[in-house]
Design a protein around this ligand. Structure first.
Ligand SMILES: [Zn+2]
Ligand SMILES: [Zn+2]
Length: 247
């Protein structure tokens, strides 16, 4: 016992050393070694100047859904942090996803948590009294199996680490949907209609809570709108969508 406890840290160090030597960690933007997003590139990422209403896409303070755009089961706000047209950010998101690097999303999640808790231009999570919970946007099963991780869940866990908010898998995909990438807004809404449901064992965990629905990128907001509708129908008090980037 003593023997293995003595050697375990040594083996962990050797393993880390071998992995670092064979697969050195480098910045996904500039290839500088040491981190998947280096400090220089972190500060150079382009924050979004304006938030937009998820329904009409027009500018809106704090990303709140305009009064005239609100519907009974609509999302209450959409907060996106970075511009997807920033080439470096797109590199991080795409390489993170397709080179199977959940670590990139861990770093992004930490950055989001930082902004949410300390930057006054975003809604301050600490000011919520209705116990916010973090809800990842689910992937369908085969995509999750292929990628090995759900980037939205990794983002949620990284935000949770900084904020102590619970992460609840309050949504599951109940039907296979085509990838939204090549579809126009109306077709996207149709494609994701009835794609989600709240599993029975999580119904009570979202009732009267504020759900912070997290995803990596939003384009038309169709997926988030559909997911928000399902959460609100199941009793969520509010749904605030959070995304790393807006296209
Ligand atoms: Zn860099
Ligand atoms: Zn609007």
């Amino acid at each position: 016992m003593l023997y293995s406890n003595f050697f375990r840290p040594l083996f962990a160090d050797i393993k880390a050393f071998v992995l670092d030597t064979l697969f050195p960690i480098s910045c996904l933007c500039c290839e500088q070694e040491g981190s998947f997003i280096c400090l220089d590139c972190k500060v150079r990422l382009k924050p979004l100047e304006h938030q937009r209403c998820i329904m009409c896409q027009k500018p809106s303070p704090f990303g709140l859904t305009h009064l005239s755009c609100q519907t009974p089961y609509g999302a209450d706000a959409l907060i996106s942090f970075y511009d997807y047209h920033d080439a470096n950010l797109a590199k991080i998101l795409i390489k993170g996803k397709y080179s199977f690097l959940p670590e990139a999303y861990q770093i992004l999640g930490g950055m989001l948590a930082n902004k949410l808790t300390s930057d006054s231009q975003f809604l301050n999570l600490k000011s919520y009294i209705l116990n916010p919970i973090l809800v990842p946007t689910p992937l369908n099963k085969w995509r999750l199996r292929w990628r090995g991780f759900n980037q939205s869940k990794i983002l949620c866990e990284a935000i949770a680490k900084e904020t102590n908010l619970p992460v609840i898998d309050a949504l599951i995909r109940k039907k296979h949907t085509k990838t939204q990438k090549d579809l126009k807004r109306e077709a996207r809404l149709k494609n994701v209609r009835d794609a989600f449901e709240v599993p029975e064992n999580h119904k009570s965990s979202i009732l009267n809570h504020i759900c912070l629905l997290v995803d990596d990128v939003t384009t038309t907001g169709a997926t988030l709108q559909e997911a928000a509708k399902i959460l609100k129908r199941a009793g969520a008090a509010k749904v605030i969508c959070l995304t790393v980037a807006r296209d």
